[in-house]
Design a protein around this ligand. Structure first.
Ligand code: ADP
Length: 276
């Protein structure tokens, strides 16, 4: 059983049917052990991905404020080799970005072959915050679902393994986390009145997210709903989905590396013979 729920293409999910507090009956200790083990596997898989240079990996992280995008990046991707794993964060677009199509700023951040790129927020903001706050007309943001699907198809056709995670947090847990920040001076830098304002639009965001999940999940670019009220379970679910997505490529990467090695050994052999 997978810890995160993989949304089918043309899905009909409703977020109310998913428990943000789910933990698959695991205790925290056991969950953390499993995550540690998965991360060991990921470290090995990343090295093969990097060396074989056949695929790239794009991880999209979306979720409401405090849902744990930063924490997931720190725990799951932190231990990976930073030479081959980078993060791109998407904030309110600049004037220059706004003077182009919405995917212009995104495309330059897609991963190079052999690399993992994590999007902390993404092109999906253009059908989420933009929709909820009427920053573009409905005609404009509706057309973006198809543009996004075409864009991700292009990336997948260019050997990109795509995984998209919606970190599913409850309204109660969000309130607890926002209040906790106010009581901890080391977390003051995270305070934003905007987070409380966005909370008032909880249901509008739910509708916008449901559309994203149902319209933009594909076999080559699946969305996963990740129960995120328990941070340790969220990390476990993301790490597992990532390991499961990379593992099927392991054999082909090893094979390529072996072929490369044999070619190089032959070249070394020939070199020795001509230089003795
Ligand atoms: P976070 O809240 O993820 O920790 P920031 O505080 O930098 O990071 O917030 C980034 C903000 O940028 C979010 O409020 C997000 O909705 C907004 N944003 C990102 N992309 C867009 C976009 N395309 N249009 C409008 N706002 C956007």
């Amino acid at each position: 059983m997978s810890y995160a729920y993989r949304v089918e293409s043309n899905g009909r999910i409703e977020l109310k049917d998913f428990d943000p507090g789910a933990d698959a009956g695991l205790k925290r200790d056991e969950g953390e052990k499993r995550t540690a083990h998965l991360i060991e596997e990921l470290i090995e898989l990343q090295e093969l991905l990097y060396a074989a240079r056949r695929q790239s990996v794009l991880i999209v992280l979306q979720g409401r404020d405090t849902s744990g995008k930063d924490g997931t990046i720190r725990v799951v991707s932190g231990p990976l080799n930073s030479q081959g794993c980078e993060v791109a964060s998407f904030q309110v677009p600049t004037d220059v970005e706004l003077s182009h199509d919405f995917l212009w700023r995104v495309h330059t951040h897609t991963p190079a072959v052999g690399h993992i790129r994590i999007f902390n927020r993404s092109h999906y903001e253009d059908v989420l915050v933009v929709r909820v706050h009427n920053l573009a007309s409905e005609e404009v943001w509706r057309a973006r679902f198809q543009h996004i699907n075409n864009f991700e198809q292009l990336l997948a056709d260019s050997s990109t393994i795509i995984l998209k995670f919606y970190l599913h947090i409850s309204k109660e847990e969000q309130e607890k986390r926002l209040i906790k920040r106010e009581q901890d001076a080391t977390k003051f830098w995270k305070l934003s009145v905007g987070d409380w304002k966005e909370r008032e639009r909880w249901n509008d965001y739910a509708v916008a997210y449901e559309d994203v999940l149902n319209r933009c999940s594909a076999k080559h670019a699946p969305w996963f709903i990740v129960p995120a009220d328990k941070k340790w379970f969220r990390n476990l679910a993301v790490a597992e989905a990532l390991r499961d997505a990379l593992l099927p490529y392991k054999e082909s990467w090893l094979q390529k590396l072996e072929e490369m090695g044999r070619r190089e050994l032959k070249a070394i052999e020939e070199y020795r013979q001509t230089h003795q």
